[in-house]
Design a protein around this ligand. Structure first.
Ligand SMILES: *[C@@H]1O[C@H](CO)[C@@H](O)[C@H](O)[C@H]1NC(C)=O
Ligand SMILES: *[C@@H]1O[C@H](CO)[C@@H](O)[C@H](O)[C@H]1NC(C)=O
Ligand SMILES: *[C@@H]1O[C@H](CO)[C@@H](O)[C@H](O)[C@H]1NC(C)=O
Ligand SMILES: *[C@@H]1O[C@H](CO)[C@@H](O)[C@H](O)[C@H]1NC(C)=O
Ligand SMILES: *[C@@H]1O[C@H](CO)[C@@H](O)[C@H](O)[C@H]1NC(C)=O
Ligand SMILES: CC(=O)N[C@H]1CO[C@H](CO)[C@@H](O)[C@@H]1O
Length: 499
């Protein structure tokens, strides 16, 4: 696999990011470790080849626009029994990884129910390119609403092609695709007989300080010292910005690519946001079973990081915070920590599909500005990571990356419009289940209480983002195993209902 140079400094070694169940944090413009196009299927695992739906519509909402493009999808029909259901895995904000066609809980369910499994890549991600490049002008056809209409158009085609005219359909998705799974059932009920919406944020919100609230709660599960040590470290860092000598020490300890300009609040936001990100990323995926997707760093858990923060033999809390940073950088093969605002903005302004940002960062950030917000700001008062990366640090990026007219009030309006359209927490929906993990920071934007007897939440104690989608392991907690069983029995009941 190629190792593209992104920006000037970061070298992304052979690493991978998973597609489903993965909402990147775009503090400093790109997710930890960057985004790579080609999914890394572990060697020796045969996966089905890509197929193409050649006639997807570019704009489902403009009858005068008859442009079409080719959308990628994958099929596993090994377990299909005549008359069995269609299982649809909804693609998200990254390339569709075909490893999901042979692994994961949904494939176990496919075997159980004799289903044909199909995964459709989301427009603008992976190799599903509706437009020649990612200019602001061309990004206007990127939205969740267009993506849902893509699903409907695709299903019509797929039913004819595979001669499955009346077979029932169950949709699956985790994280943003989990939201799409619920919204698809809600907006196109005639297409979906039941929906699994794992760790799905369904309430759009500009500022998302709840993210760090859950991170703070997760830190507290290890005792109080870890958060206290982090607070000491970030307070010390902030006070060390004041003199040239101590700044030089910070530059060296945190292996910064560039010298610190203490007057540049946007750079400072990048620095503090990135170092907080060391903890956020680990907590979001704590102890899951993502390694099968080729994800790296999965052996690092909250206990690892808090173990370092609580280890007095390493020196001051600041030193331990730097040690955490060093560990994460080493894991992802980062040579130095890139945190300056101008570099990040210029990376994110690239419009080529092959650019670093074009691997998904530019598209997803655009969706946050145009639809969802969800900015993981430092605006939660009890978190220990400093208050130096506030909401406006994220908001100003919408203008600086895309268009000056995408100002804060426009973003607020876009987010309001999204909730008006989908219903937010008041979503009208039946035949859906919302599994949630107690330490997944995203559950704050999701459904954690039963909406009705036909729209229920499943709570999984101690697990993080999307755990129930990964393959089962012996060490899985009982509640996780129970959740998988519960989901399977719900699918069974949805498939039995007469339509
Ligand atoms: C479908 O998944 C099963 C289980 O992993 C695998 O054995 C089979 O080869 C897959 N079929 C296709 C067509 O990829
Ligand atoms: C920026 O937004 C304005 C107002 O919506 C629009 O007229 C203009 O064409 C946009 N610029 C680009 C480059 O798309
Ligand atoms: C951080 O902890 C050290 C002890 O390791 C202490 O000397 C220092 O005053 C603390 N600094 C802050 C800002 O809390
Ligand atoms: C962002 O808001 C903070 C206060 O929360 C303020 O100090 C800072 O100057 C603002 N930055 C920008 C870029 O607007
Ligand atoms: C939610 O509904 C399910 C199924 O009806 C039920 O088993 C569960 O106890 C309910 N949970 C809560 C918190 O009411
Ligand atoms: C952490 C959290 O919000 N968990 C919720 C998940 O859903 C159940 C309902 O099924 C709630 O009781 C939990 O509080």
């Amino acid at each position: 696999m190629a190792a593209p140079m992104v920006g000037r400094v970061l070298v992304f070694l052979v690493l991978v990011f998973q597609v489903y169940c993965w909402i990147p944090r775009f503090i400093n413009g790109r997710p930890r470790g960057g985004m790579l196009g080609a999914p890394n299927v572990p060697k020796g695992t045969p996966t089905p080849p890509p197929q193409w739906f050649e006639m997807q519509r570019l704009d489902h909402f403009d009858g005068t626009n008859n442009k079409h493009w080719r959308q990628r999808y994958f099929v596993n029909d090994t377990f299909y029994q005549p008359g069995g259901p269609i299982f649809l895995m909804i693609g998200g904000e990254g390339p569709a990884n075909p490893i999901w066609m042979v692994e994961g809980a949904w494939i176990v369910y496919a075997k159980q129910f004799g289903a044909i499994a199909v995964m459709l890549e989301h427009r603008y991600y992976g190799e599903s390119h509706p437009v020649p490049d990612l200019s602001v002008e061309n990004l206007r056809f990127l939205s969740s609403r267009q993506a849902l209409a893509d699903l409907a158009e695709f299903i019509d085609y797929f039913r004819v092609k595979r001669k499955l005219p009346t077979n029932k359909l169950i949709s699956f998705g985790g994280s943003y695709p989990g939201s799409l799974s619920a919204w698809f059932r809600s907006k196109y009920p005639q297409y979906v007989d039941g929906a699994i919406a794992t760790s799905a944020p369904i309430y759009a919100q500009v500022d998302f300080p709840e993210y760090l609230e859950v991170v703070t709660d997760a830190l507290r599960t290890t005792g109080t010292q870890c958060g206290d040590a982090i607070r000491n470290a970030t307070d010390t860092m902030a006070s060390w910005l004041g003199s040239a000598d101590t700044r030089a020490t910070l530059e060296q300890k945190f292996q910064l690519c560039d010298k610190i300009d203490p007057t540049n609040t946007l750079d400072i936001a990048g620095l503090f946001g990135n170092t907080a990100g060391n903890f956020e990323d680990v907590i979001q995926y704590n102890k899951d079973n993502r390694a099968f997707e080729g994800a790296i760093g999965t052996d690092i858990t909250l206990d690892t990081l808090c173990g370092i923060m609580n280890d007095f033999t390493r020196g001051t809390p600041l030193q331990r915070y730097a040690d955490v940073n060093t560990l994460i950088m080493k894991t992802y093969g980062q040579k130095c920590l890139d945190y300056t605002y101008t570099k990040m903005i210029s990376d994110m302004r690239q419009t080529d599909w092959k650019s670093g940002a074009g691997e998904g960062g530019r598209q997803w950030m655009y969706q946050t500005c145009a639809e969802f917000g969800w900015y993981q700001s430092s605006d939660f008062s009890k978190q220990p990571f400093s208050f130096l990366f506030p909401l406006n640090y994220s908001l100003v990026q919408c203008q600086d990356i895309y268009n000056k007219s995408l100002d804060a009030s426009t973003v607020y309006e876009n987010v309001r419009d999204t909730n008006r359209y989908y219903g937010g927490r008041g979503i009208a929906i039946t035949k859906v289940v919302f599994p949630n993990g107690s330490i997944d920071p995203w559950h704050a934007m999701g459904v954690t209480q039963n909406i009705s007897s036909e729209a229920t939440a499943i709570y999984i104690e101690g697990t993080a983002h999307c755990a129930n989608m990964y393959p089962a392991r012996d060490q899985d907690p009982q509640q996780l195993t129970d959740a998988r069983t519960k989901i399977s029995s719900l699918i069974g009941s949805w498939l039995q209902t007469k339509s």
